[in-house]
Design a protein around this ligand. Structure first.
Ligand code: HEC
Ligand code: HEC
Length: 465
């Protein structure tokens, strides 16, 4: 139940009930802005902050909010707004952003397994909402003569945000532990220092005394800065905040002040202070307290499927549960990726909040994510085509909720779970082949197990009128 102060209560209720102003056009975000101080000085409860985050997440931004980029300079196609594509029609070209007006448009399906699909704030998007990022060639007439149309660039299907808080807490704790690695390696030169935390091995690190430099060649699934980044299918961001800031700029041309500076109109559209730090904090706190996915309707056959899943090597990457050391997720501003302890302004217990994680013995919580939060080479079939060494690298997809989130894989190319499994290659080739070789009864057991991994039934339901 929400307990709100009178002024905000009205704003939130009006926004959530769709009672938009019947008068002149104005910014969709409204005039009642949220400052970081409002959040840090304790004048808003966590649920009030979450409700504001929900409102911003669902707001369809317009030109008066600073939607889009300013007039373009034909001599400099990358300015304004930093897009390497001219947004000639001003809005909605969909390539390289300006592809929507609200976060909800792409993150609004709670379950795609029901007919009709079930609405769910923070959920997945269908393939029609895929993000089209830096395509180099869209060859619809088959000029390349491959016998089919071709596409060259990133094409990414929107995942859900459910359970993000648990992922973020894991990422912060794991990063803090891994950051000790270089000091340990420096103290014991010329020996391999294992990088293991929370039961996950990230390979090892060595300090080479002859060259006076670290040897990163034995790292596994993590970049050299030893920061765990769960968010984005290629592991791009450590926190929901990091993602939200870029999402605002990329999808809408809404520039958060923490990106461009207060009072700065970097995209030249005549509006500055398009989104304040307090507003991004509200979105972050909303996103990181969204309900976690859950297991429903477990059966003995599902149990057998889980065993087979382990026996054929799926669980090497899709680790069923990781356990955190603490239960409270710290929110920081500004965030320093390599030093998660800095600049914390709020902590939220994820077992007590809407997130609903189960406490683990020993003071932490259980995150039943089915992932190792590591990057893996998935082979040429799933690789993107930028000519970069990381083209085939993806962070192990979390399988929690997978029953409800078709289509599958980073671009939604797999319309069934079986297709998603059979398209695994690279480091997952062995497990994929073992699955393909299973008798059909055991394949069905694996699918039965996967279909028990469900999204939350009523995400953010406690915030809705
Ligand atoms: C046009 C569709 C689209 C819109 C609009 C959109 N997103 Fe996303 N979102 C995506 C896609 C695609 C990804 C995966 C990106 C990647 O893999 O790098 C994603 C990923 C995310 C993630 C990381 C989830 C994870 O588990 O990896 C967060 C957080 C997120 N979006 C928040 C937002 C917010 C906040 C907004 C509004 C400012 C927003 N998104 C608007 C398509 C969209
Ligand atoms: C080497 C690590 C690795 C192994 C082993 C592995 N996977 Fe995956 N799995 C991934 C990665 C990475 C992705 C995401 C690939 C992409 O998006 O293109 C993924 C994606 C998936 C998906 C699609 C999830 C979604 O939401 O799109 C399913 C289902 C899946 N794996 C099941 C399995 C099963 C079943 C096995 C065993 C036969 C298995 N995986 C073995 C790394 C692995």
């Amino acid at each position: 139940m929400l307990t709100l102060s009178a002024g905000r209560n009205l704003t939130i209720a009006a926004a959530l009930c769709g009672l938009a102003s019947a008068q002149a056009d104005g910014p969709a975000l409204g005039a009642d802005r949220i400052f970081q101080a409002d959040i840090e000085n304790g004048s808003m409860t966590v649920d009030e902050i979450r409700a504001e985050g929900l409102r911003i997440f669902c707001t369809p931004f317009n030109h008066l909010d600073g939607y889009g980029d300013g007039a373009m300079d034909p001599l400099d196609p990358i300015s304004p707004g930093g897009r390497p594509t001219l947004q000639g029609n001003g809005t909605f070209l969909r390539v390289n952003g300006l592809d929507s007006q609200s976060c909800l448009e792409c993150h609004g399906i709670g379950s795609a397994a029901t007919i009709p699909a079930t609405f769910g704030i923070g959920g997945v998007g269908p393939s029609s909402t895929n993000v089209i990022f830096q395509p180099r060639r869209i060859d619809v007439i088959d000029a390349a003569g491959q016998g089919m149309a071709g596409f060259n660039g990133r094409f990414i299907n929107p995942p859900f945000l459910f359970g993000s808080g648990g992922l973020e807490l894991l990422a912060l704790e794991m990063t803090a532990a891994l950051q000790q690695g270089p000091r340990a390696a420096f103290a014991s030169p010329d020996s391999d220092i294992p990088l293991v935390t929370h039961g996950v091995s990230f390979g090892s690190l060595r300090f080479d005394s002859a060259s006076g430099a670290f040897d990163y060649s034995s790292l596994e699934g993590i970049p050299e800065d030893l920061v765990v980044r769960p968010f984005g299918r290629k592991g791009s961001f450590q926190t929901v905040r990091g993602f939200d800031v870029e999402a605002m700029r990329f999808h809408f041309g809404i520039e958060p002040t923490e990106l461009v500076g207060p009072g700065v109109d970097s995209d030249g559209d005549g509006v500055s202070d398009e989104l304040l730090a307090g507003e991004i904090s509200a979105m972050h706190i909303f996103g990181a307290t969204l309900e976690r996915p859950e297991v429903r309707d477990w059966t003995p056959e599902a149990d057998q499927g889980l065993d087979v899943f382990g026996a054929i090597g799926c669980a090497v990457c899709h680790i069923p549960t990781l356990t955190t050391r603490s239960r409270a997720l710290p929110f920081r501003f500004p965030e320093v990726e390599t030093a998660p302890q800095l600049n914390q302004f709020l902590r939220v217990d994820l077992t007590q909040s809407a997130a609903g994680f189960d406490p683990a013995p020993g003071g932490g919580l259980e995150v039943p994510l089915f992932s190792d939060l590591k990057l893996h080479d998935m082979g040429p079939g799933l690789a993107e085509a930028f000519g970069n060494p990381d083209d085939a690298l993806y962070i192990t997809a979390r399988l929690w909720g997978v029953a409800d989130t078709a289509p599958y894989l980073h671009d939604g190319r797999a319309t069934t779970l079986t297709d998603a499994i059979l398209l695994h290659g690279g480091e997952a080739q062995g497990a994929r082949d073992a699955f393909a070789a299973l008798p059909s009864a055991q394949k069905v057991e694996v699918l039965t197990f996967l279909k028990r991994l469900r999204t939350p039934l009523d995400p953010a339901g406690d915030l809705l009128p």
